[in-house]
Design a binder for this molecule. Sequence first.
Ligand code: HC1
Ligand code: SF4
Length: 566
Amino acid sequence: MSYMTINNRRVTFTNERNVLSVIRKSGIDLPTFCYHSELSTYGACRMCVVEDDRGKIFASCSEVPRDGMVIYTNTPRLQHHRKMIIELLLASHCRDCTTCAKNGVCTLQKLSRQLGITDVRFENNKKQLPKDLSSVCVIRDPNKCILCGDCVRTCDEIQGLGILDFAFRGSKMQVTPAFNKDLAETDCVGCGQCRAVCPTGAISIHQNVEPVWAALADKDTRVVAQIAPAVRVAVGDKFGIKKGENTLGRLVAALRRIGFDEVYDTNFGADLTVMEESKELVERLESGENLPLFTSCCPAWVKFCENRYPEFRSHISTCRSPQEMFGAVLKEEARINEEKERAEGREPKKTLVVSIMPCTAKKAEIERPEHYTDGVKNVDYVLTTTEITRMIQEAGIDLSQVQPEALDMPFGLASGAGAIFGVTGGVTEAVLRRLVNSSRAEDLEEISFSGIRGVNGIKEATVKLGDREVKIAVVNGLHSAGELLDKMKAGEAHYDFVEVMACKRGCIAGGGQPVPIGPRTKKARLEGIYKIDSMAQIKLSNENPIIATLYDGLLKGKEHKLLHNE
Ligand code: HC1
Ligand code: SF4
C-alpha cells in the first residue's frame, strides 16, 4: 500500500487510476466537468487542478498517483484558477438559467454557486447558434456547450457510434455531428446517453409534457399510464427518497392526483414479451433459422442493428417491445369497450396511452410505422422519468409524502421476471425462467448464476434446455454490441440467443433518468430492481394469472397482430 499527503493529511492508496480518484476517496469532492470513471481521460476542463509542494500545478485526473506525493487542493492560486475558468465559461454561455432544462442540476450553475461567482466580468459576444430540434429524443443547444467532450466520448467509446465530434477551431469550436448535420440525419439512435453525461443544458430531453397536460385536462379523454420497470427505482431521486428504493406505489398515487385515469405496469407487458419471445426462441431452435435470435425490446439497439449491421436484421425478434405490446392490448381493449358504448347509444371517451419510461429512444419507437395497429398508434406519448418528475413537482406534490397506492386491475399484476427487464441480463433471465419452467429456488439460482448477471459489456453463458445446450450472449453498451457482431460476421462467435441493451447496466441508466447517474446511483438502482424480484410472489411470467386470462380472452386469435411486428 502506498500513501500521499493531501492538504497535510496522510492518505493511503492502492490501485487508483489517477490522483483525482485518491482525492475523492479521501472525501474531497474536487470539481470536474470532463472526468467520468467509465470514459477515457480527456483532461480538458482543468477544474481538477492541484498544486504540489514545489508549486507545480497539474490536472489531477491525468496524473498517476505516486508514493510520497504531497499535494494541496485548495490554495489561493487554485481558487483563482478555478474561478477564472468558470468566469470564462460563463462569458461565452447562454445564461437563461431560469428556463433551462438543466436548471437545478447543471454542473456549471452548481460550481458557479460553489465557487462564489457573483459577477461575470467579460461580455458574451458569441453569435447565438440555432438549436437542433430534429430528433424526437434529444435536443442539442450549442449555445450551452462548454466543450468538455463528455458527449463525444460517450457516443464513441460506450456506444461505438461517434455521432458527435469537435469541429472548427479557436473561439469557433463546436461539438456537432459531422458536416453540421441535424441529429435526425445521422445514425443517432436516440439513446440519450450523451444527455445523461452532459453537465449543462447543451443536450436535453425532447419534452412531451405539454400535450399530456392538455390530455389530462380534457374531460373527453381517458388517459392511461404504464410505468416501465426501471422508473420506480429512480423517480424518488429528486424527492429526497433513498436511491434505488422502489417508489412504484407513491408514483401510482401521484399519477392519479395529477389526473391519470388508470395506472398500469409495463412489467405486465414484459411478462407478455417473455411468453412470445420464449416461444419464438423455441421455434427458431427447432427450425435452425435466423439464429441467434436477437432481443427487440431496446429501440436504440434495433436502430443500431438496422443502420450499421443490416445483414443481421432478420435475426431481430418479431416481438414488439413490452411498452408496445401493452399499448396494443390497451388500445384493443379500449376499441372493444368503445364499440359496446356506441351500441348502447353513448359517445365513448377517447383513450390515450402514455408510457412513463427511463429511455429517450422510446420516444422514437412509438413513431415507427410497425408500432401502429390498424392505423392506430399503440402508445401516444412517452414521458421520461425526468419529465414525470417535472410534472409531479409542477403539481406541487412531494412524492416522499404521498401514501402509496396499488396499481389498477386487471393489468396491475406482474412477475419478478417482468421486473428484471430493467437491468442488463434481465430479459435473458426472464426468458430462461419461462423455458426451464420451474420456480424452485435452486433452479432460479442456477439461472441467475449462469453468467448472465453482472456489468461486463459482453457476458456469455451456456444453458441446458432439454437435451440441447443453448449458447447465450448478453450485451450492454452498443460499442460491445458492435464488437460482438463483428466477431459473428467473421465466424468467430456463434450463439443461439443474444440480448442487447444500449445503455450500460440496462434501462436503470437510461438517457431519460434523473441525473447525475454516477456509479453509486447505478448500483443502488440495480440492487433495487433485484430486490423487487426477490420480493415478488410470482417469479415466472407464465405463472402470472392475468397473462393466462388475457390469452384466453382479448388476445385469442390476435396474438400475432397485437404482439408482433411484421
Ligand atoms: Fe426498458 Fe423494456 S426494460 S426497454 O429497459 O423491455 O425503457 O425500464 O420499459 O418496452 O418492460 C426501457 C425499462 C422498458 C420495454 C420493459
Ligand atoms: Fe450518440 Fe446516443 Fe447521443 Fe445519439 S443520443 S448522439 S447515439 S449518445
